[in-house]
Ligand binder design. Structure first.
Ligand code: AP5
Ligand code: ZN
Length: 214
């Protein structure tokens, strides 16, 4: 399967990706995760991206397009892909189309998660992540078995630097200004499946699973 998962900050892209990958043996390509890794490793890309990410703004197109182009040309993407958080602007969508055509893996479906603002605010402020393995939790809706500790690897959990209500507003603004045009572009191509992601995690996943099975 060649799938994109899209939706505003905190809509559940990472959470649903984890679940989809339990059933599909394809690589998960998250530009947010790749950029956070670059920041952690203090690479040139990481240093450039950090300022934008800390402010909740989009990282410049050329940086992320280069990142995704390199990743999609790796051999494991011949199995397909689940791309999370890319594209976020029309130039990114056009670049992705070129790359996926070049590797002969055109996009088959765009899963679009929709959630209202209050729920997003609750989700990002309550989110905790494992910096070691990337597992995602929520203090209320998806807590770890032991408070503050990752179920998967036992490492301590942390809050993301951009998980405040102020930065959520900036990220949502970027989403509606730059990313919505990508969704409109994919809608015209008949690729988008809208999923009501305000429901509990298992129900959202069930709807995604039904869409993928069609
Ligand atoms: P990125 O890491 O992609 O962040 P985002 O889009 O802001 O999305 P999030 O990771 O915040 O949320 P999510 O939708 O994955 O939700 P999650 O599953 O964690 O990008 C970060 C930054 O990197 C951007 O701001 C930008 O600067 C830069 N960047 C990345 N890609 C870029 C690109 N292509 N171009 C330019 N810049 C780029 O869930 C959230 C919480 O809710 C969790 O706690 C979870 O447990 C909980 N939850 C999930 N689903 C449910 C549910 N159904 N019910 C209750 N709780 C739920
Ligand atoms: Zn972990």
């Amino acid at each position: 399967m060649n799938i994109l998962i899209m939706g505003p900050a905190g809509s559940g892209k990472g959470t649903m990706s984890e679940k989809i990958l339990e059933n599909y043996n394809i690589p998960h390509i998250s530009t947010g995760d790749m950029l956070r890794e670059a920041i952690k490793n203090e690479t040139k890309l990481g240093l450039e991206a950090q300022t934008y990410m800390n402010e909740g703004k989009l990282v410049p197109d050329d940086l992320v397009i280069g990142l995704i182009a390199e990743r999609l040309q790796q051999e494991d993407c011949q199995k397909g892909y689940l791309i999370d958080g890319f594209p976020r602007s029309l130039p990114q969508a056009k670049a992705l189309e070129e790359i996926t055509n070049k590797i002969n893996k055109p996009i088959q479906m765009v899963i679009n998660l929709t959630v209202d603002f209050d729920a997003l605010a609750e989700r990002v402020t309550g989110r905790r992540i494992c910096k070691n393995c990337g597992a995602i939790y929520h203090i209320k809706s998806n807590p770890p078995k032991v408070e503050g500790i990752c179920d998967v690897c036992g490492s301590p959990l942390a809050q993301r630097a951009d998980d405040t209500v102020e930065q959520l507003r900036v990220r949502l603004n970027e989403h509606y200004k730059n990313t919505q045009p990508c969704l409109d572009y994919y809608k015209e191509k008949g690729l988008v499946v809208d999923i009501n992601a305000s429901q509990p995690i298992e129900m959202v996943y069930n709807d995604i699973n039904c869409a993928l099975a069609k």
